[in-house]
Design a protein around this ligand. Structure first.
Ligand SMILES: [Zn+2]
Ligand SMILES: [Zn+2]
Length: 268
């Protein structure tokens, strides 16, 4: 073993900094979140351009910071896309980001990768993209990249849209913090019941369901019986909730992100 002569005081300081640096989630907009644990960072559903006159798109300042890799969006390891809808993913900002941040990997449904191809993706980007093609009845797929471990299942999109590949990404950062995102999954119990082993295979520190699950007994049931997360933070709230976080959380009876840039500590 080679001993690296790092002055003890510095080594101790670095160790302490990491030990006391809690994992956190930062809201981008709509279903878009950054999750960071120490130097390990991921983004989900953060590059898109359509509001459909209802939802927030990423504010220019946040989009610029992501593109430039400025804190807290510096050192992102991997980005994930739940599905192809324009309030979660658009080819142009996704390609701009992959070009601007050459160390980042993208994990996405094949439909999303096909859309990038159609938008003129250059050959050089392809090796950094992991397309996933699974159906709702398929077992979870597990993937690894650097300090992130990934499990993904296909959960049908709300409102009977079987043509859309909608994926639930579960990501464990540094073997410590596990988060789970659902895209626009409908709160249909059987779609979760068939993956009950997958959901119970890890402890979920934080879950990011679409906010409408709070209003549906089936959504609450799924959170309670399958997801069992220590912390639930709803996403995908309409833009009308901007600046009305406390009121919105009270009305929904649960936590939800309303204002881009707001943060939560993810407790372990
Ligand atoms: Zn959708
Ligand atoms: Zn959506």
């Amino acid at each position: 073993m080679r001993i690296i002569a790092l002055p003890f005081a510095i080594a101790a300081h670095i160790g302490a900094a990491y030990a006391h640096d809690p994992a956190r989630a930062v809201y981008v907009a709509n279903a878009g979140v950054l999750v960071a644990r120490g130097q390990t960072k991921i983004l989900i559903d953060a590059f898109y351009a359509y509001s459909y006159d209802t939802y927030l798109t990423p504010p220019t300042a946040i989009e610029d910071a992501m593109m430039r890799g400025e804190a807290p969006y510096d050192g992102v390891d991997a980005v994930f896309v739940s599905h192809i809808h324009g309030d979660h993913f658009s080819p142009a900002p996704m390609l701009d980001y992959l070009r601007a941040q050459p160390a980042v990997r993208l994990f996405a449904p094949t439909q999303v990768v096909d859309a990038l191809e159609e938008a003129g993706m250059e050959d050089g980007l392809r090796s950094r993209i992991v397309p996933v093609d699974i159906g709702p009845e398929d077992n979870a797929r597990s993937l690894h990249f650097g300090d992130v471990e990934i499990d993904v299942v296909s959960l049908p999109h709300a409102g009977n849209r079987p043509e859309v590949q909608n994926y639930s990404w579960r990501v464990t950062l540094d073997d410590e913090t596990t988060i789970i995102h659902f895209g626009d999954a409908g709160s249909v119990e059987e779609n979760f019941a068939r993956h009950s082993k997958h959901f119970s295979a890890r402890e979920h520190d934080a879950a990011f369901p679409p906010y409408w699950w709070y209003d549906e007994p089936s959504g609450r049931g799924i959170l309670e019986n399958y997801v069992k997360a220590k912390q639930v933070i709803g996403v995908h709230i309409p833009a009308s909730a901007l600046g009305r976080g406390d009121e919105t959380r009270r009305d929904l009876g649960g936590d939800v992100f309303t204002d881009p840039g707001e943060e939560r500590v993810i407790s372990e």
